[in-house]
Unconditional design. Structure first.
Length: 204
C-alpha cells in the first residue's frame, strides 16, 4: 500500500506490530487518531508514555503495579497463607475476575518447555521457593493450564518444595487440556479454583 505520508506509514507499522492487529486494522486506528490529534491521540500518547516510565513489577508476585508492592500483595485482607501460582499476568487477571480467590499470587512468567529452550532457570521458580521458606505459606494452588508444559512445570515445582510443609493443589479439570486460562468463562474458572484437588505427589 502506498501511503501519502512517511509519518503515517511509520505509525501504521508501529501499530501493526502489536498482537492481533494487522495492517488494515492499524490503518483504521491511525486514520482515526489523525482526525482527532488533540483529543484521542494526545491521551493515548500520554498514557503509553506514563506506562513506559512509571509501571513497576511487584517485588513479591511479579504482577504489574503502580508501586514496588502491588495492591493485592499489600492488602491485609488477603489470605497470606495461600499462593495461587499462575503462568502470566493475564491468568491472574482472569482469576481475579471470578472473585473466588482471596489469597495472593505468584507469576512464573512462562512454563517449562525444553523444545522452546525454556528451562526452570528462566522462570520465577527459585523466588517462589524462597517465598515459601520465608513466609507462613500453607498451600500452593497450581492454576496452570493443563498441557504437557503445564504438567511438567507443576511436577518440577513439586520436586522443589516436597521437603517443605506446604500443600499443593491443582485447579479442578473444568478447564480442558491445552486450554488457556484467560479464555475460560468466569464461572468455569471460578469453579476450578474453588473445587481444586490435592496434587498427587510421586516420590522418586
Amino acid at each position: 500500500m502506498k501511503y501519502p505520508s512517511k509519518i503515517l506509514e511509520q505509525v501504521v507499522d508501529s501499530f501493526s506490530g502489536l498482537p492481533g492487529i494487522g495492517k488494515k486494522s492499524a490503518l483504521r486506528i491511525v486514520l482515526y487518531l489523525a482526525q482527532n490529534p488533540h483529543q484521542k491521540s494526545k491521551k493515548i500518547v500520554d498514557s503509553i508514555s506514563r506506562m513506559t516510565e512509571e509501571l513497576k513489577i511487584c517485588k513479591e508476585c511479579f504482577s504489574y503495579s503502580d508501586f514496588d508492592i502491588c495492591e493485592i500483595c499489600s492488602n491485609p485482607s488477603r489470605d497470606r497463607s495461600i499462593i495461587c501460582v499462575v503462568e502470566s499476568i493475564r491468568d491472574l487477571m482472569a482469576i481475579e475476575d471470578t472473585q473466588q480467590f482471596r489469597g495472593r499470587y505468584h507469576i512464573l512468567n512462562g512454563l517449562i518447555s525444553p523444545l522452546d529452550g525454556i528451562g526452570p532457570d528462566r522462570l520465577n521458580i527459585d523466588v517462589l521457593v524462597e517465598r515459601i521458606k520465608s513466609s507462613e505459606i500453607q498451600e500452593l494452588i497450581m492454576a496452570i493450564r493443563p498441557s504437557i508444559e503445564g504438567d511438567t512445570t507443576v511436577y518440577y515445582i513439586n520436586r522443589q518444595v516436597e521437603s517443605l510443609p506446604v500443600k499443593i493443589s491443582l485447579i479442578a479439570r473444568g478447564i480442558s487440556f491445552g486450554s488457556e486460562l484467560e479464555y475460560a468463562d468466569e464461572f468455569t474458572l471460578g469453579r476450578s479454583i474453588s473445587e481444586r484437588i490435592p496434587y498427587q505427589r510421586h516420590r522418586a
